[in-house]
Write a protein that binds this ligand. Structure first.
Ligand code: E4P
Length: 224
């Protein structure tokens, strides 16, 4: 499973890259609204250069002609850009046109396996079920991931399920077990995935015990 960060914050992305765990990034207008003093285009290009993997940038046009023009423009920003398009009838039509031009689409705001099937059939490269928001509505978000993965596998559809709107580390495990090839997580969830209280107390105890004997490793030599 590949991990993406769901953020437009460049510091969070650089940290993910440094940890060596980041394969891509997803952004959306709400995430971008938190970033000040930078244009969407400049931030997306900056993210592409940092992550060197797929970076989803969302379109906001509602009319087909405008959506096609916006998507082509966004796709030209950088070779790593994946154009994010919300699923509806216009979004599907745009996806079928753009995918035939070789533009990669992340079909977003997916809330059912039917929508996932349509997105994959129209030619989307990534299909994003919003697990947390489905859970918020009182339904089982992970079931949509499970069904979508099963359908894509059974019919050999090349689209990849990108589990999105993940709210906590358990969601990531469930998405992995459901067979989602990609999970996109907020930075806070990534940090929570790293942490375990027993790791912290274990490090403290080993550190304390290491002071009771002489160490002649490289770390000591480097200090002197
Ligand atoms: C994914 O591409 C979306 O940007 C994101 O996962 C939405 O998450 P939210 O429901 O927590 O806003």
């Amino acid at each position: 499973m590949r991990l993406f960060l769901d953020t437009a914050n460049i510091d969070e992305i650089r940290h993910g890259v440094q940890m060596g765990i980041l394969a891509g990034v997803t952004t959306n207008p709400s995430l971008m609204a938190k970033e000040k003093g930078v244009t969407y285009r400049d931030r997306v290009v900056e993210i592409c250069e940092a992550v060197k993997g797929p970076v989803s940038a969302e379109c906001v046009s509602r009319d087909l002609k405008e959506l096609l023009a916006e998507a082509r423009d966004v796709a030209a920003w950088h070779p790593y850009v994946v154009v994010k398009i919300p699923i509806d009838e216009t979004g599907l039509e745009a996806t079928s046109v753009l995918s035939r031009e070789g533009i990669k689409i992340n079909m977003t705001l997916v809330f059912s396996a039917n929508q996932a099937l349509l997105a994959a059939t129209a030619g989307a490269t990534f299909v994003s079920p919003f697990v947390g928001r489905i859970d918020d509505a009182g339904q089982d978000g992970m079931e949509v991931v499970r069904e979508s993965v099963e359908i894509f596998d059974r019919y050999h559809l090349p689209a990849q399920v990108l589990a999105a709107s993940l709210r906590h580390p358990r969601h990531v495990i469930e998405a992995a077990k459901a067979g989602a090839p990609i999970a996109t997580v907020p930075y806070a969830v990534l940090k929570a995935m790293v942490k375990h209280p027993l790791t912290d107390t274990g490090i403290e105890r080993f550190l304390a015990d290491s002071k009771s004997y002489q160490r002649e490793g490289l770390a000591q030599k480097a200090k002197s």
